[in-house]
Design a protein around this ligand. Structure first.
Ligand SMILES: [Zn+2]
Length: 263
């Protein structure tokens, strides 16, 4: 499996991805909103884009579909309930469905509601596993829930699914928000040495070269995966004095998401 991360450079800071089979040269484009950059990258590599996967229905993820389909004839894949919102979907997928790319690549679909209620993440079972997490899990952060989502559902996706993936899973999200997210983690937990160290690496860095984190690293630097950290809870109680002494992790997650909305 070859992963090509494409930095769009647009105002929303989107990342697009091409995932290619090294044997056949067939490729899957994930959320190819910058269709020109995706088509150019595929051409340069000698790859043929045969499928498009939309992680969810937001315009900055689906806006390149028509142009890529027109240029390549690729089939569009999305959550089985997202079709009405996306249009032109050839295949609706559910949890556990597998997307094959060429001869060698298999990606498992995870149904991960929260950012929207029709959100798919893709997981590879390669030697070093990979997670294409759309707007659910960002490097050092979590997706927002105010455009058709639910913080409770996002909590469920984090705790019941994403946090259980192997620690060496590489995390490939739909946007580059790592610097702001690390600053948020440090605002919640100023003594987080791992977040501090990574922030000094990423400040002012070209997003083309931004690090790809692993899930194990996320558990150190992503406040949304540190729900039982005493300093995260102590910091939250300063902002929300009504928070119980030992809040459950769902309450902590929802309060963190609420804070991040206005941070
Ligand atoms: Zn979105």
């Amino acid at each position: 499996m070859i992963v090509e991360r494409i930095w769009t450079g647009n105002a929303y800071r989107n990342y697009n991805y091409l995932i290619a089979c090294p044997e056949s040269g067939e490729a899957l484009a994930i959320d190819p909103v910058d269709h020109q950059k995706c088509l150019t990258a595929a051409r340069a590599k000698g790859w043929e884009i045969t499928q498009i996967l939309n992680t969810h229905e937001h315009h900055d993820h689906i806006g390149g579909n028509d142009a890529v389909v027109a240029a390549t004839g690729a089939k569009v894949i999305a959550h089985h309930r997202a079709g009405a919102r996306i249009g032109g979907v050839d295949r609706g997928v559910k949890a556990g469905d597998v997307i094959k790319v060429g001869k060698t690549v298999e990606l498992e679909c995870l149904d991960t509601p929260g950012h929207t209620m029709c959100h798919i993440c893709l997981r590879s079972h390669t030697e070093q596993p990979a997670l294409f997490s759309g707007d659910t899990l960002f490097n050092a952060g979590a997706g927002n829930c105010h455009n058709g989502g639910s913080a409770e559902a996002l909590y469920g996706s984090f705790v019941d699914q994403l946090a259980k993936l192997p620690d060496n899973t590489r995390v490939y999200p739909g946007h580059d928000y790592i610097e702001n997210n690390l600053r948020f983690t440090l605002a919640r937990e100023s003594d987080n040495a791992a977040a501090m160290a990574l922030l000094s690496d990423v400040v002012g860095q070209n997003p083309k070269k931004a690090p790809v984190t692993t899930l194990g690293q996320e558990k150190q630097i992503n406040t949304f995966l540190r729900l039982s950290s005493p300093s995260v809870i102590a910091g939250l109680r300063k902002v929300f004095p009504d928070l119980p002494e030992k809040p459950d992790s769902k309450t902590v997650f929802i309060k963190l998401r609420e804070l991040r909305n206005t941070w």
